[in-house]
Design a protein around this ligand. Structure first.
Ligand code: PLP
Ligand code: COI
Length: 355
């Protein structure tokens, strides 16, 4: 619930863009709501809490985020329930993960209460931007970056924490043809793959472009030492159903601890389905495909939701997986999640955070 202990100074826009926004055409990440939240970290504390019209902000070209990548972000969604109320999905998990990212990048912590109040306030002010159509939501993008105008390689003493929001439709419009990546890596042991650091995404673009040029939609990241173990699917966690069990790589320093991943595993366990979180080798997946033991394979993420994998390529071979429309587990997950997120089913795990 929204409380005012943050003391946010609100400047409302004089010209809302809501009426001129086409809610039937919402490519991911291109439409922004009317306002944004901004806070500054200075002198060892968060201050200057503001909600202002969405727009450009002036910054020195010397800020260390631009030079040394002291920056991370989050992705969260808010949904409009059947009764008109608006709920943010599990935002306390993103607050926790922000603080894990901040710690790894030597950036300040954000008190969870501040994080949640800021989220509530920005979603509340732009609540008319939350779409109600199935598969649509308000995407929320909190991010923090270093703002010292200083070129020494040292942690900044000042930061900005900003939250943008914008209505979105589905991130992927089709089932995916993916490639198991065997030369590039997203993350390495002792690195910061578990953090939602901006640099992890910059480094993923060339491998992703190469995969696209080879006719794939996405790539499956493998471990950086041997490229023998499956880690993630693009910007989502990856899951398989093999012999009736849900199998997913266990989280480690190279793998983001996904909120959707935790959500799917919690549902699976509550349905009495066995879950294995462990190292998953490429060889195991390829032989399970060849032996017809894989009944499901998908990416799980906030933007991606549940993204079915239709085909997997590995070293020149392309393997076709069972028809996504007929997959029992991932389709049940998607339906159940939507029912909880749009308020049509009981929220037995308390995942909805009402604003
Ligand atoms: N892995 C990566 C690399 C991601 O960028 C994301 C997206 O946020 C995920 C996994 C899924 O995490 P979540 O379900 O918390 O969105
Ligand atoms: C999300 O799922 O929120 C993500 O962060 C993926 C994004 C990089 C598009």
């Amino acid at each position: 619930m929204l409380t005012d202990t943050l003391n946010i100074a609100v400047t409302k826009t004089e010209e809302s863009r809501l009426a001129t926004t086409d809610f039937d055409n919402l490519p991911f990440g291109r439409t922004f709501s009317d306002h944004m939240f901004i806070a500054d970290y200075e002198g060892g504390e968060w201050k200057n809490f503001q909600i202002v019209p969405y727009g450009e902000i002036g910054l020195s070209p010397a800020i260390s985020a631009l030079h040394y990548g002291q920056a991370f972000f989050e992705g969260i969604k808010a949904y409009k329930h059947a009764d008109g109320r608006i709920a943010i999905f599990r935002p306390e998990k993103n607050a926790e993960r922000s603080n894990a990212s901040a710690e790894r990048l030597c950036m300040p912590q954000i008190p969870v209460e501040m994080y949640l109040q800021a989220l509530s306030a920005i979603v509340e002010i732009d609540k008319d931007w939350v779409p109600s159509k199935e598969g649509h939501s308000l995407y929320i993008r909190p991010f923090m970056f270093a703002t010292d105008p200083y070129l020494g390689v040292t942690p900044s003493e000042t930061y900005k924490f900003i939250i943008l929001t914008g209505p979105v439709g589905p991130y992927f419009s089709k089932n995916l043809k993916v490639k198991i990546e065997t030369s590039f890596s997203r993350a390495s042991d002792g690195g910061f793959g578990f953090a939602k650091a901006a640099g992890n995404y910059g480094g993923s673009m060339l491998p992703a472009r190469r995969a696209t040029e080879e006719g794939f939609d996405q790539l499956i990241w493998t471990d950086s030492r041997e490229h023998a173990y499956i880690e993630e699917l693009g910007a989502a966690n990856i899951m398989f159903m093999i012999d009736g069990k849900v199998i997913t790589p266990s989280t480690r320093d190279t793998i983001l601890k996904g909120v959707t991943r935790d959500t799917v595993l919690t549902l699976a366990k509550s349905w009495g389905i066995e879950v294995e979180e462990r190292r998953v080798s490429v060889a195991e997946i390829l032989s399970a495909i060849k032996e017809g033991r894989i009944t499901d394979a998908f990416g799980a993420g906030t933007a991606a939701t549940i993204a079915h994998i239709a085909e997997i390529g590995h070293e020149g071979e392309v393997y076709t997986l069972p028809d996504p429309a007929k997959r029992e587990f991932s389709n049940r997950v998607l339906q159940t999640l939507n029912a909880i997120r749009y308020g049509r089913a009981a929220d037995e795990f308390n995942w909805n955070y009402f604003v």
